[in-house]
Design a protein around this ligand. Structure first.
Ligand SMILES: Nc1nc2c(c(=O)[nH]1)N[C@H]1C(S)=C(S)[C@@H](COP(=O)(O)O)O[C@H]1N2
Ligand SMILES: [Mo]
Length: 431
């Protein structure tokens, strides 16, 4: 009896083909219990050799550096940075992308939150900034930042994903890029601010109002129409981002947060909300942010980001060192609610293992998933597939394109694949 149990502990249950193991291996601390199986075959992750005494390094011999008013990352962590590109002839119009392959957990640090600016980052004096609420209201109101700060506040952990995230996966051939350039227009933060519903009720909502126009204070005149129901449900005028004032690049001194909606509708540098009977048909919801279909017609007002997931490690640029036990980890999210499950495949979708979901699992936030995988050193195709609590399952790339076509660049949420070659090189592939 006892012998049997030990044998079992030494051989973790396979959960799917090509080396995927039971997710409980990590939850129960089983990785340590299975001993050498938890380590690369050709060596140990931590050195077992007695190294004694430990050397006294130079930084132990003199006092450390003085205080600074605002902390910065380690100078050795310089690679943990955004990458960015600006439109020709501009410096601040374009995107910067989050390095998910170098991060863990669920929150994106403010300095690494992705950015999308249509006309650079405005340098807004918070004392001069105003938020106007007008249109179909009983009494139009103008808020200063100070006035807004006197209202009751609420926090929400929410992802923001640009509608154009992962757009390269609509291309015929897999772009030879990694997680950051392909899927880095996604970030997750704790946003704190005043419920938009509170401000609208303050102004008095005319029963004819069904929509609102939200406008930013940047030079691009970015503005979007949003259903009033969303504003009343869970919209925030966010003033804080992960506990500190919203960064200039993310909308300082205030931004609209519409949890689960495409990034574009989350208007930054918010200066005006106008209640209207119908959508206003701004340039940002007619010429752009519509889904062009094969028949030449476009879908408009596709607000919600559908369930999606992406493996952040292993991923291109992070070569696998040696056969052995690895953790496959990544992020899953849905604009419709909570992530119900994430499955991982190591054989291109032929078989799937349930991944462990890391708590907390929150609606419209990213969820971190983890799956133990024993890589035998041979070829593998890694995929993840998210299901949300509405029952919606992330589609394969081919299913998504069969249904939608590939004439759009928006809302790509198909399954992404990383090919692991003999030798450990990881590449973006289509499976
Ligand atoms: N005023 C204004 N709001 C804006 C934008 C903009 O250029 N100007 N870009 C939008 C787009 S396309 C996206 S994806 C998100 C990006 O938010 P972030 O830069 O905080 O990540 O902001 C949206 N809100
Ligand atoms: Mo965007």
């Amino acid at each position: 009896m006892r012998k049997n149990r030990r044998t079992k502990a030494n051989e973790p249950e396979p959960a799917a083909g090509n080396g995927l193991l039971d997710r409980r291996l990590f939850l129960t601390g089983g990785a340590a219990a299975i001993g050498s199986a938890a380590l690369p075959d050709d060596g140990r992750a931590a050195e077992a050799l007695p190294v004694e005494p430990l050397p006294v390094e130079s930084w132990m011999k003199t006092p450390g550096s003085p205080f600074v008013p605002y902390g910065q990352p380690s100078r050795y962590a310089g690679k943990v940075a955004r990458i960015f590109a600006s439109a020709p002839g501009t410096t601040g119009t374009g995107t910067s992308r989050t390095p998910h392959h170098l991060l863990d957990g669920m929150m994106t640090p403010n300095g690494l939150h992705f950015e999308r600016h249509h006309s650079g980052i405005p340098d807004i004096d918070p004392g001069a900034h105003r938020l106007l609420i007008h249109g179909l209201v009983r009494r139009p109101l103008v808020y200063t930042l100070d006035a807004l700060m006197r209202y009751p506040m609420e926090s929400r952990v929410a992802f923001i994903e640009c509608a154009g995230n992962s757009a390269q996966l609509y291309q015929k051939e897999p772009a030879q890029l990694g997680v950051q350039p392909l899927h880095g227009l996604l970030s997750c933060a704790e946003w704190t601010g005043v419920r938009l519903a509170t401000l609208l009720e303050d102004a008095g909502i005319d029963p004819r109002a069904q929509w609102l126009l939200a406008e930013g204070a940047d030079a691009s005149g970015m503005s979007r129409s949003v259903p009033l129901a969303k504003a009343m449900d869970d919209a925030l005028v966010a003033i804080y981002q992960n506990g500190e004032p919203v960064r200039p690049s993310n909308g300082y001194p205030m931004r609209l947060l519409l949890p689960g909606y495409e990034g574009n509708a989350n208007v930054k540098w918010l200066r005006r909300i106008k209640l209207t009977e119908g959508p206003v048909m701004t340039k940002d919801e007619t010429s752009k942010y519509t889904i062009l279909q094969n028949d030449g017609k476009s879908l408009q007002f596709c607000f919600t980001q559908e369930a999606k997931s992406v493996i952040t490690r292993p991923s291109p640029g992070l070569t696998m060192a040696a056969p052995g036990l690895y953790e496959i980890t990544g992020l899953a999210w849905s604009g419709h609610g909570k992530i119900a499950k994430v499955e991982v495949s190591a054989d291109g979708g032929a078989s799937w293992a349930l991944a462990a979901l890391q708590e907390p699992v929150l609606p419209m936030a990213v969820t971190r998933f983890r799956s133990p995988w024993r890589w035998d050193g041979g070829p593998a195709t890694l995929q993840s597939r998210a299901t949300d609590d509405t029952g919606y399952v992330q589609p394969s790339r081919s299913k998504l394109i069969a249904e939608r076509g590939a004439r759009t660049i928006y809302h790509f949420n198909g399954i992404a694949s990383w090919g692991v070659a003999q030798g450990g090189e990881v590449k973006h592939v289509y499976a």
